[in-house]
Design a protein around this ligand. Structure first.
Ligand SMILES: NC(=O)c1ccc[n+]([C@@H]2O[C@H](COP(=O)([O-])OP(=O)(O)OC[C@H]3O[C@@H](n4cnc5c(N)ncnc54)[C@H](OP(=O)(O)O)[C@@H]3O)[C@@H](O)[C@H]2O)c1
Length: 236
């Protein structure tokens, strides 16, 4: 499948997606930058003519407006920006009202989605063992705007779906150039269990976002990336 893509945002993730898109047989037909797009005003019929899917990787404060504009234009969207989930219901209503489609995820890495499922299974095993204290530690580059990360929030939800009584403190570290590292730790008096996902680059996220773009064409509704990978609904 060869898609004509719009990239909304021209930062690190959009550049990683553009680099992979061509080798996957897709074409980036337009890139919408921050300066030209306050309130989503550059997302017009003319600008997005012939676009099959838009991939939105911008900033928490503008993502929802962009997604609502894309829904109104009937352009299927892949939303990777984190930190806008407080407006998910509003965005969902717009997508539904316009018969549009959206795949959203705080993390488009397949490894992280498997990690979340492993976290749920682990939480089931540790249920009822309070001597094992759970903790989540996430590390990202110094420019990341939101904390805790969207993936750390998804990890907490994954823990709770395996053990409703389990809570875990989250420690966020912002330093250097780290693309994203998430650790789930259970610590007891004489032993520690650690489950760690380390992204070595942005390619894992970019590849997943492109996979979601291929999947969403021809669909209607709001989906999580887990549904793309595993065929089930309800990603955190
Ligand atoms: N879901 C995932 O798998 C995943 C993976 C990595 C990152 N992320 C998330 O994706 C988002 C982007 O990450 P990044 O590393 O690419 O950030 P980045 O390098 O800071 O890039 C963000 C870009 O968005 C642009 N922008 C701001 N407002 C805009 C608007 N209204 N319309 C269009 N573009 C706008 C900015 O342009 P200006 O500089 O001109 O404002 C900037 O170029 C973040 O929320 C990050 O947490 C998600």
């Amino acid at each position: 499948m060869s898609l004509r893509l719009a990239l909304v945002g021209d930062g690190k993730m959009s550049r990683a997606i553009a680099a992979l898109a061509t080798s996957g047989g897709h074409r980036v037909v337009t890139v919408v930058t921050g300066g030209e797009n306050p309130g989503g005003r550059a997302l017009t019929v003319e600008r997005l003519a012939g676009v099959d899917v838009a991939l939105e990787f911008t900033r928490p404060e503008c993502a929802a407006d962009n997604l609502i504009r894309l829904a109104a234009l009937g352009i299927p969207a892949v939303a990777g920006t984190t930190g806008w989930q407080a407006r998910l219901e509003e965005v969902t209503q717009a997508v539904t009202a316009h018969g549009a489609a959206l795949v959203h995820s705080a993390n488009f890495s397949t490894g992280v989605q498997l990690f979340l499922r492993a976290a749920t299974a682990l939480a089931r095993e540790f249920a009822g063992r309070p001597e094992f204290a759970a903790a989540v530690i996430e590390t990202h580059h110094a420019a990341k705007r939101d904390a805790p990360s969207g993936t750390a929030r998804a990890l907490l939800a994954a823990l709770r779906s395996g053990d409703a009584g389990r809570d875990a403190p989250v420690t966020s570290i912002r330093t250097g150039y780290v693309p994203g590292t998430h650790e789930l730790r259970y610590d007891a008096p004489w032993e520690t269990i650690q489950l760690v996902h380390t992204a070595r680059g942005r390619e894992a996220f970019a590849a997943g976002a492109l996979r979601a773009a291929e999947w969403v064409v021809g669909r209607r509704g709001v989906f999580g990336f887990d549904e793309v990978l595993f065929g089930k609904a309800g990603e955190a």
